[in-house]
Design a protein around this ligand. Structure first.
Ligand code: F1P
Length: 337
């Protein structure tokens, strides 16, 4: 987890070296739709990326689990629409994803691009791919691969949108991540180590929904503690009925949520849940002190800085339960069908 900012630096370098080629791929093909896909964490990062690309480029972008492409291609592809499928996978060998990319390549008007950390994988060898070989994870649970693949997609969104201010922010992320790592670890220890709670709810909207899902999955994988993820305002439409004093809500917030945030937090608290608020600014909320993990950055850039903290929650919870966070039960690094 702590190695992430160091690997981000190398990712910026590797992906920047391929900038012209990646831009050419997209600009020559002129996709009318972007389709992001993956499994597990890699699907969740695809959700974050789809929102990001839609916002930055104004082009139709969506995310689907790789199994949708594999099993129900007709429900995914729009006939005659030039679609660029971007498939992410740490291992590059997850069967659903590899077969989904094969299925995609057989469709008319579709091109594919893979993102993986494994140069020897099927994903890297069978089609065009960005490979991040420096991100080698021994743990079964994916942490650094998620953030590095997300950073790759953030860089691509920056170049394609021509948003130079955003790109400048992205280049600063390794340094900022390093500076804030001790804080992310401390906060992760406080939140993850607290035994009063046995039900965690992660809330986030847009790209932050992808991160909420990632936080939820990491906690579930490392600890088997009950964890769920929702869109913040959607949560009030039914799921809120589960709240009690054993629930901890991790609320990931950006500028768009701020006008509604206070009343949401009041509702959550009135039902006895304890809320951890994550946003960029410090001290704006009267009854909560948001933790400054991403101040001074745009909503779309700072999402990366939240990942070590989300990963640490699962890590410290696992340690407090006497579990090995690297070796969760029932899980392997690669799911092969
Ligand atoms: C995808 C994945 C992981 C999950 C688990 C099984 O792997 O679902 O997200 O944590 O370890 O595999 P990949 O396709 O990104 O290699």
């Amino acid at each position: 987890i702590t190695r992430q900012p160091e690997t981000w630096r190398e990712t910026v370098q590797i992906v920047s070296d391929r900038k012209d080629e990646l831009l050419r791929l997209v600009e020559e093909f002129r996709p009318e739709e972007l389709l992001f896909t993956g499994c597990g964490s890699s699907y969740y990062l695809s959700i974050a990326a789809a929102y990001l690309f839609q916002e930055k480029l104004g082009v139709s972008a969506k995310a689907v689990p790789a199994s949708d492409i594999l099993l129900k291609p007709a429900s995914v592809f729009s006939r005659g629409r030039r679609t660029l499928v971007i498939g992410s996978s740490r291992s590059g060998d997850t069967t659903e994803l590899v077969r989904a990319m094969e299925t995609a390549r057989k469709q008319p008007s579709v091109r594919t691009l893979g993102i993986t950390t494994n140069p020897d994988s099927l994903l890297a060898r069978e089609g065009e791919a960005v490979v991040l070989p420096h991100v080698q994870e021994k743990s079964v649970v994916m942490t650094g691969s998620f953030s590095n693949m997300l950073l790759t997609l953030q860089l691509m969104a920056g170049w394609l949108s021509g948003d130079t201010a955003f790109l400048e922010e992205l280049k600063r992320l390794p340094e900022l991540g390093q500076e804030r790592m001790a804080k992310a670890e401390e906060l992760g220890r406080i939140v993850g180590g607290d035994q009063r709670f046995d039900h965690y709810i992660y809330l986030g909207q847009g790209s932050l929904f992808g991160l909420a899902l990632e936080g939820m999955l990491k906690l579930k994988e490392m600890t088997q503690v009950q964890a769920e993820a929702f869109n913040p305002l959607e949560f009030r439409h039914g799921p809120i009925s589960v709240l009690d004093e054993r629930c901890r809500v991790i609320l990931l917030s950006d500028r768009s949520l701020r006008p509604y945030r206070r009343s949401l937090i009041e509702d959550l608290r009135s039902l006895k849940a304890e809320v951890v608020l994550i946003d960029e600014e410090v001290g704006e909320e009267r009854d909560d002190t948001p933790w400054d993990l991403g101040s001074g950055l745009s909503d779309q850039a700072r999402i990366l800085l939240y990942l070590p903290f989300l990963h640490f929650i699962g890590y410290f919870r696992a340690l407090s339960l006497g579990l090995n966070p690297d070796r969760p039960r029932h899980l392997n690094q690669v799911v092969v069908l």
